[in-house]
Design a protein around this ligand. Sequence first.
Ligand code: ATP
Ligand code: MG
Length: 387
Amino acid sequence: MDPVHNPYSPGAGRKPAALVGRDQPRANWKVALDRVEIGKSAQPFVLYGLRGVGKTVLLSDFRRAATRRDWIVAQVEAGAGKSLREALGEALHASLADLARPSAGRRLMKALKTAVSFKASYDSTGTWNFGVDLAGASGGGADTGVLETDLRKLIHDLAAAAQEEGVGLAILIDEAQDLNHSELVAICAIAHAAAQDEWSVLFALAGLPSLPRVLAEAKSYAERFNYEKIEELRGAVASEALTKPAAEEDVIWDDAAVGLIVKESAGYPYFLQQYGQDAWNAAAGSKITYDDARVGAASGRAALDSGFFRARWDRATRAEQSYLRAMAEDGDAGSSSGEIAARLGRSSASFGPARANLIAKGLVYAPEHGVIAFTVPGMAGFITRQS
Ligand SMILES: Nc1ncnc2c1ncn2[C@@H]1O[C@H](COP(=O)(O)OP(=O)(O)OP(=O)(O)O)[C@@H](O)[C@H]1O
Ligand SMILES: [Mg+2]
């Protein structure tokens, strides 16, 4: 069928035509936005799950909900080559530029001045000019060089300005497991202070299944955060991810075709999008049949193998790949690190660096002590297919 109208969107962070199965966290986020707007606090949201389950897409949906209410919003990705300080500063600029005006209230003026000082803390050459005269405003001082101190000042002043404007401040951080230790501690401590003193701010963090543990290790009160495990789509909801976007293009799926793709994808959103896209392209007319789904599943799998899986596999060194290969024998369920070492004929400790590198690369994580598992669903099958 016409690829121009193909409604499926496989790819990291790509907004699906139909965002299905996430009603509960979206409703919870709305409640949190409402709470902040009436001056109450809400705990940070933590979205965690495997690769390709839809964390980024949901985080972006959260951002849009806040933006629709004219909140001050910043969405950043940790570990993408910028410090949290710089990433947050730059992400806030657009929101602040939109709000700045000569008639701004006292708190907004103060927040703008603080933001300018924050900018100066990581960028000695560039400066912000919001087109307003901040000379008489209070504020500033978010440039001591100590991240927690500066970020606390910035978020405090911005939240106060947001409240003055009748809105809130939303800080969204993707791949949060890649924050460094002092960034994690700062975010946890500030979120905690914000909840206690009812600042008009809402945090959302997204990341791999290791994220809850990483946060708890940074600050014990992170245990009180609002954790949402993001998982594969099940049953009718997985079907909807295929049929809803098609229906909007006046295309229908045969039930057997839907059944096949849901089974082949195991309900993982990324795979549903990939197989859906390929089944659509294989179909003629305005119906996707079982045969189209079979062709689509085959070419979808080839596309995943050469893209989604291959890209991650290629990120591992030879030695790391042999570790992954030993893990693959246990399937996707996870392996005992002791057993893998035994399988490879060496001591468990000698694999410490390889394991640490694979975790840092986001390919594996430790669900519990002494256990190691793939962050990528279906990775074990991919590795088995390679050998
Ligand atoms: N609820 C959903 N319904 C339908 N499709 C979805 C849903 N969530 C995500 N997708 C699709 O799944 C794919 C992966 O989504 P996304 O990039 O958000 O996953 P992720 O969990 O952030 O993955 P990673 O850990 O690799 O960053 C995208 O193609 C997206 O369109
Ligand atoms: Mg993501």
